[in-house]
Design a protein around this ligand. Structure first.
Ligand code: C2E
Ligand code: MG
Ligand code: MG
Length: 747
């Protein structure tokens, strides 16, 4: 819709013109009134023209009645017509009759030379608005024309005002009906006397059906009381209702006549009063109100609140809600002088399932676990999911230590039966740690932490069981914290460096590559091995920084060796899942190679099966990208994960590295080595390179060689050694390497 303010062009000028004198020449000029003079006498025509032009009129001439009619066929019609009644071709009256029925705006003033009044009367009844009797004085003519003009303009003004009013009414209606909010009026009895389209639409009522009905038909049962003071507001000004939340019933949502959908609205309403006398308020006329639909916003808020306190996968309370409940339970236990237990539970084999079978299976398993755990609860207990595969149980109002033990055992029993997820039969145990109030702590923090520590104790003692917290467990835990702090310092103070373990080609006896393995030169503890800090680094995320540090140093060293005549030497780098999941992993690594001057062809990434499986969709494209740049990819510790052949085919990999546990199984007597055998054949079938790690003796070496595995790495040739030692190794044969290695390991 377009709203136009433009009225008649004459309206504004008229308003001004009416203030001036009607005789004023400038008046007609301003109004630009056009006059058609119709007369058969040339002399009269000309003198009229001269006079009117002088007074500012726009003048046209017509020689007779026919010429006048012909002129009137064309737009724009003149404002006035001075029409002689007696003309030879067609009389003035005939002209008037010919125009009858045409809604012509032209006002007709007749000129009559006839002393009888008869013709004039006829002319006036048939459409002329005024007359002049010949002969007339110029002033007479002018004042007659001015009078007619004035009347004409008044009429025009009235019409235009009417049009503008209708338009303004339409505009306001449009604004009210299309307002995003519901607008209503109630009469003094509380019945709707107006609702806008929006209200009708949201409430699901046809407008006519709701008009005249009491507002309570749209208010939800529970809010009827409140509605009396809000919807039917009688107060005005600051005391009136503003943004009061109210629930309404809509007929729109829901099925059947009885089912109503609920709307939540914010009502702002004010009483309407008639004009009062003597400063007093007039009579109450009703209520004017606006209701804003906030249903979606409310729902979103509730959702956010729910999310803030629940785990969306299992719909169990989350850590925040658990803490609230525990806080309350502690207060009660203290008041009633009783005990309570917090039970921390971590699934034992969940990570393996998640890593190898994927998140979807992992999620389904978690839901089933949550269901079984729920079944172990009594009324009043709280079960929460803390994230991942961690759950926490609050048992308030505990009679004895044995009660908690009983629940823990029940949980373990319930979880010991296999879970059926899709086609998989899965077994998950659980490690449980229990802390009792007040023995293990008196605060929310302390109780949760103690149960967590006790859970770790269970993990450390073979898993699938439970332990109560004991103070001595603290030391071990805090030593972990100390370790983390120390490792942070170590990274800051450059105490980490790569050691290098050579990889030998059995056909040529030469070193074809080295694997970089992290070592920590601890100022007090000496050289610390990865197993003592890598798991913790992975858990805390420090691994990303650590990997980059080792990788940078290793790349620099190998780039130098390649420049010094060992052009084919490759560098194997261990890459953690965390590092690969970093968004800048690919660019970061390529930049590192650029910076250290090592060609991508010189690098092999060693990735464990579980790392690749953890975020397969995320990681595989990154590996492809690196592969395309020449970086080679190998699977480390192959055989310990759950990779099936079909998985392997989807990965962009070049090498399988047989885990040292299988190499270790190679013995003179048994055929335990069949796994090694199988892996070698599989690799060959897939066209992959194969390397064995952890080769310690001649027997293993010979067996591997016989089976067709020609690349090996292990103590039999060399332990991992520092950069300087490896530098020496590179220039010697591999008998020498053994000697050097022995020297290094004994020295
Ligand atoms: P890995 O990648 O499988 O490395 C091979 C491990 O086997 C090394 O242990 C190596 O010293 C050891 N090894 C080599 N030959 C023999 C042998 O003949 N017999 C026996 N028994 N062991 C042998 P290390 O250096 O203690 O590293 C342990 C693990 O820590 C590595 O296993 C790797 O997974 C991880 N790791 C080491 N350095 C880094 C690193 O910089 N970043 C990451 N993310 N992980 C690292
Ligand atoms: Mg490795
Ligand atoms: Mg390995």
């Amino acid at each position: 819709m377009t709203v136009s303010n433009a009225g008649d062009s004459g309206l504004v000028s008229l308003a001004e013109g009416l203030n001036g004198s009607p005789h004023d020449a400038a008046f007609a000029a301003r109004m630009a009134v056009s006059v058609l003079i119709v007369d058969d006498q040339a002399g009269l025509r000309e003198s009229l023209r001269t006079l009117l032009v002088e007074h500012g009129y726009r003048v046209e001439l017509a020689v007779g009645g026919r010429a006048a009619l012909a002129r009137l066929e064309r737009a724009p019609a003149p404002d006035l017509m001075l029409l002689d009644l007696v003309m030879p071709d067609m009389s003035g009256l005939e002209v008037i009759r010919a125009l009858a029925g045409r809604s012509l705006e032209t006002r007709i003033v007749v000129l009559s030379g006839d002393p009888s009044f008869d013709h004039v009367k006829q002319a006036l009844t048939q459409g002329a608005v005024d007359f002049l009797r010949k002969p007339f004085e110029p002033e007479e003519l002018c004042s007659t024309l001015a009078r007619v003009c004035q009347a004409l303009e008044l009429e025009r003004r009235a019409r235009s005002a009417e049009r503008r009013l209708a338009q303004s009414e339409r505009l306001h209606r449009f604004m009210v009906d299309n307002a995003p909010d519901m607008v209503y009026l109630l009469n003094p009895q509380g019945c709707f006397s107006f609702i806008n389209d929006r209200a009708a639409a949201l409430l699901g009522w046809p407008r006519e059906a709701l008009l005249g009905r009491h507002y309570s038909v749209v208010v939800a049962e529970q809010d009827l009381d409140l509605a009396r003071f809000v919807m039917n507001e009688r107060r005005t000004g600051d005391r009136a209702s503003r943004d009061v939340e109210l629930r309404l019933r809509s007929r729109l949502v829901g099925r059947g006549d009885q089912a109503h959908g609920e709307l939540v609205v914010e009502v702002t309403a004010t009483g309407i009063y008639g004009p009062g006398e003597g400063g007093r308020q007039g009579s109450f006329l009703g209520t004017y109100g606006i209701m804003r639909d906030v249903t979606e916003r409310k729902r979103a808020q509730e959702m956010v609140r729910y999310q803030a306190y629940h785990d969306l996968l299992t719909h169990l309370p989350n850590r925040a809600l658990f803490r609230d409940r525990l806080d309350l339970a502690i207060t009660q236990a203290r008041r009633n002088d009783c005990r309570l237990a917090v039970m921390f539970l971590d699934l034992d084999r969940f990570k393996v399932v998640n890593d190898t079978l994927g998140h979807t299976v992992g999620d389904r398993l978690l839901k089933q676990v949550a269901d079984r755990l729920r079944n172990c609860l009594r009324a009043g207990d709280t079960l929460a999911r803390f994230g991942g595969d961690e759950f926490c149980l609050l048992l308030p109002d505990l009679r004895s230590h044995d009660d908690a033990a009983g629940v823990a055992q029940k949980v373990l029993d319930r979880l010991s039966a296999p879970f059926q997820v899709d086609d998989h039969e899965l077994f998950v145990g659980a490690s449980i740690g229990i802390s009792l109030f007040p023995d293990a702590g008196e605060s929310v923090e302390a109780l949760i932490q103690s149960s967590d520590i006790a859970m770790y104790a269970t993990k450390g003692r073979g898993k699938n069981g439970y332990h109560f917290f004991a103070p001595e467990m603290n030391e071990k835990f805090s030593s972990l914290l100390v370790l983390e702090r120390e490792l942070r310092n170590a990274l800051a103070n450059d105490q980490l460096e790569p050691f290098f373990q050579p990889q030998i080609d059995l056909d040529t006896g030469s070193i074809i590559g080295v694997e970089a393995l992290a070592r920590w030169r601890h100022p007090e503890r000496g050289l610390v091995e990865p197993l003592d800090f890598i798991p913790m680094a992975e858990e805390t995320g420090l691994i990303v920084q650590l990997d980059r540090c080792i990788q940078r140093k290793a790349c620099r060293a190998v780039a130098a060796w390649r420049r010094q005549g060992h052009g084919d030497l490759t560098l194997s780098l261990n890459v953690s899942a965390c590092q690969m999941e970093q968004p800048e992993f690919v660019d970061g690594l390529l930049a590192l190679l650029e910076e250290t001057g090592l060609e991508p062809e010189g690098v092999k990434l060693e990735i464990t099966e579980s790392a690749i499986m953890r975020e397969m969709e995320l990681i595989v494209p990154k590996l492809r990208h690196l592969g395309a740049r020449g970086v080679r990819i190998g699977i480390d510790d192959f055989g310990t994960g759950y990779s099936s052949l079909s998985y392997l085919q989807r990965f962009p990999i070049d090498t399988l590295k047989i885990d040292r546990a299988f190499v270790n199984d190679i013995r003179a007597d048994g055929d335990d080595a069949s796994i090694v055998n199988a892996i070698i054949h599989m690799a060959r079938g897939l066209g992959l390179d194969i390397i064995a790690e952890g080769v310690e003796n001649e027997l293993q070496l010979r067996y591997l060689q016989e089976q067709g595995c020609h690349q090996v790495q292990g103590f039999i040739f060399s332990r991992p050694v520092d950069e300087t030692t490896l530098q020496r190794c590179l220039t010697l044969g591999f008998d020498e390497i053994r000697r050097v290695a022995r020297e290094v390991s004994t020295g």
